[in-house]
Design a protein around this ligand. Sequence first.
Ligand code: MG
Length: 250
Amino acid sequence: MAVSIKSEREIGLMRDSGKILAEVHAKLGEAIKPGMTTLDIDRLGEKLIRSYGCIPNFLNYNGFPASICVSVNEQVVHGIPTDDRILKEGDIVSLDAGLIYKGYHSDAARTHAVGKISEEAELLIERTKQSFFEGIKAAVEGGHLFDISNRIDSYISQFGYGIVRELVGHGIGTKLHEDPQIPNFAQRRKGLKLKAGMTLAVEPMINMGRCDVEWLADDWTVVSADGSLSAHYENTILVTEGEPEILTLL
Ligand code: MG
């Protein structure tokens, strides 16, 4: 497994890439409202990404037909935006987006409430987000990769939620998906030793019910097998000698 260590110049470009993506996400988050279609979100997202002179890296990735993955309620990730899926009050919607800036990728996801949502759904979103922050406490030079996984798992497990196992976080840089893979559930081994200059996309995907997932007939959309709500939170981070730097937050 070859995990790339970014140079100062590359880190600068990753920061710029991440900052732009953070702005795109902030604008998408503000735009979410009942009555929008998932295709409206994709169109707006692509327009925003291109307005910064960047390229949406999900578009055509392994044939994915859109720029933003828009996953509603029991959809975990990789939802394909369509003009007939209309967001309604009480839904939750996960937006996974990424872009390329001067050859460098960034990747981040947020789950948003559509109007007023249940308290249970609020908690799922909040705890999924918090699990990312718990996990990355271990993302320091000299630490081990799977400490990130273990921290996410131990934080989430106390709530009885299901941690999706089929999909994991990843290294990122000049490619969207680089080594290493970063599971969100506990691992027996320690995993590789982390070094300053590694850039990682850490992305817990959490189901309110069981962890099992299924793929819809479109071969993209991943849904919770029990139909329970699912949330996703992701940022691209930089491992340093101290606290990790989160590149896709404003
Ligand atoms: Mg990712």
